[in-house]
Design a protein around this ligand. Sequence first.
Ligand SMILES: C[S@@+](CC[C@H](N)C(=O)[O-])C[C@H]1O[C@@H](n2cnc3c(N)ncnc32)[C@H](O)[C@@H]1O
Ligand code: SF4
Length: 470
Amino acid sequence: MPASPATAESTLPEFIWDEALIRRYDLSGPRYTSYPTAVEFTPDFRVDDMVKAAGRSKAAGGPVSLYTHLPFCAHLCYYCACNKVITKKRDKAMPYVERVLKEAAIQSKLFGADRPVQQLHWGGGTPTFLPKDVMEHLMAGYGELFNLQSGDDRDYSVEIDPREVDEDTLPTLWKLGFNRISLGVQDVNPVVQKAVNRIQPREMTEGVLNEARRIGFRSINLDLIYGLPYQTPESFAETLESVIDMSPDRLSVFSYAHLPDRFYPQTRIQGDTLPSPQQKLTILHNTINRLLEAGYEYIGMDHFAKPDDSLAVAQREGRLHRNFQGYTTHADCDLVSLGVSAIGQTDDAYFQNNHDLPAWEQAIDAGQLATIRGVGLTRDDQIRRWVIGQLICQFRLDREQFQAAWGADFDSYFADELRRLKPMIQDELIGDDGRVLQVQPAGRLLIRAICQIFDLYRKEGASQRFSRII
Ligand SMILES: C[S@@+](CC[C@H](N)C(=O)[O-])C[C@H]1O[C@@H](n2cnc3c(N)ncnc32)[C@H](O)[C@@H]1O
Ligand code: SF4
C-alpha cells in the first residue's frame, strides 16, 4: 500500500476495508458537491436573488471558475444519468453556443468581467460534439466577456468522449487554452460496451490519451463505472489492468445505480444482467486494492490520483476543496455557470438554471436569466459547509482552525453532532483526540455517512432521494 509523504499536520491514514462496517453504514447519502445539497434548492430563490448574490460576489472580488454545460451527444449510453440531449444534428451546436454567449454577456456584467478566470470547465453531455469552429467561437466570445488566464496555474478542463475526437479536436482544445482533459471510458469490455450501447475500442481510448499527453495536457482523467450489465469481478479486473496500462494521472470510478424510473434510458438495461450487490462490493474492494497497489492514492468519493498529481498534493497539504465539478484545488473561486441546468455558486448562495432545453432557450431569447431555483446560505449553512468540506476533502477537522475560521467553539456548537458521532468513534470510523477529528482508515469509504452527522437537513439519517453510498 503506498504511504503518503507524512507531515505532522497532514498524515493521511491508509485504507481499511471492513465489510461489517460497510454494511452497517451503507445508507443512502449525498455526495456533498454542495452544502446544502441540491435537494434543498427551492423555486422561492428567484432570478433577482441570483442577481443580488452575483452583486455581492462582484463586490467581494477574487478569481472565478467558469462552467459551461454543453448537453448534446450523438449516441445514447443506456446507463447515462447526465442532463443531455441526444441528436445527430451538429447544426444545433451553433445556436446553442450563441445563446450561451448571450447568457455569458449578462453574467459577466453581474459578476464582473475583470476577475481572473482561474478555473474553466466544459461539461455535458459531450463538449466534443461541438464542431471545431463552434468551439472556437465560444472561447473567442468568452475571451471578450471574461478575463481568461494563460498562466500555468490555470485549470482549464474539458470532458471528452473519445468516440467524438478527430485529428483536429485535441490540438484545437489545446490552442483554445485547455490544459486538462477527462475521458469517458466506463468499461473496455466489448460485451459490457454492447449492453450499454457504447462501442469504444480500447485502442481508441489509448490513442486519444497518448495524443493528449504528447500535446501537453496534464492531469488526464479516465471515468470508469462499476455495476454495469455483465460486469463481473473478473471482467472488471481485466478492464482495470488495461486502464492501469494506459497510466492516466487520475481515475474516477463511479458506482452505477439502476434507477430506470428516474432515468428513462436505463429502461434499456435489463435488471437481471447487472452484477449482484455482493459482486459490486467485491469489484469495489478489488479495484481499490489494485489501484493502491499500482501507486494511486485514494482521494475519496470515487476518485484516485497519482501521488504527484495536483489533487493528491493538495489533499496532503490541506488545500483540497469540493464543488459541483468534484474535487478542486481552487478554493476561493465563485462559480459562474452557463447553459442548460448549470449550477452557480457564491459564498452565500447556489442557483440553478432551468434543466429543460426549450425553457432555458426561451429565457435567454427573452434577454433574461434562466435561474429557476436555488438557496441562500445562512451562517449556520456556511459553517456546516466548511466542516463537511474539511472532512470530505482533508479527512480531518482541526478544532483550532474551526475557531479561527468561525470565532466559535467547536464542541459547544456541535454538541449534539459530537454525541451522534460517538458510535462512529467506537466503530473506529473516525478518531477524536480532543484537538482533531481524524477520519480513520475504515472510515474513508464511508465518509458520506460521517458528513451526514453534520448535515442539518438530514438529522434523521438516510433519505431515499440519494444514491446508495456503495
Ligand atoms: C458527461 S459524461 C463524460 C463525457 C462524455 N459525455 C462521455 O460520456 O465520454 C460524465 C461521466 O458521468 C458518468 N456517468 C454518467 N451516467 C452515470 C451513471 N448512471 N452512474 C454512474 N456514472 C455515470 C460517466 O462515467 C461519464 O463519463
Ligand atoms: S455518458 Fe456521456 S456520451 Fe453517453 S449519453 Fe451520457 S453524456 Fe452522452
